[in-house]
Design a protein around this ligand. Sequence first.
Ligand SMILES: [Zn+2]
Length: 85
Amino acid sequence: MGKGKGHIPLRTCISCGEKRNKKELIRLALDRHLQLVRDDQGKKQGRGAYICKSISCKENLSKHKKLKRVFRSEKNITLSPDLKI
Ligand SMILES: [Zn+2]
């Protein structure tokens, strides 16, 4: 900070809830089939979310039911194969 470069965009990891620099997170998008996919370009349609690059956060994501809450979905959300451990 203090370098006059403006603010750093912070995003919250939906797995652990930590706020981090956007660049340290993986962007995810929920597609219309309710599959959560990686969105490295940030160009996919649909609702976006972020998680840390750590394995534990990915693990949490596949274990918990919190995805439904995060995306306010009544249906189950699946993870794309590249998000599974
Ligand atoms: Zn995290």
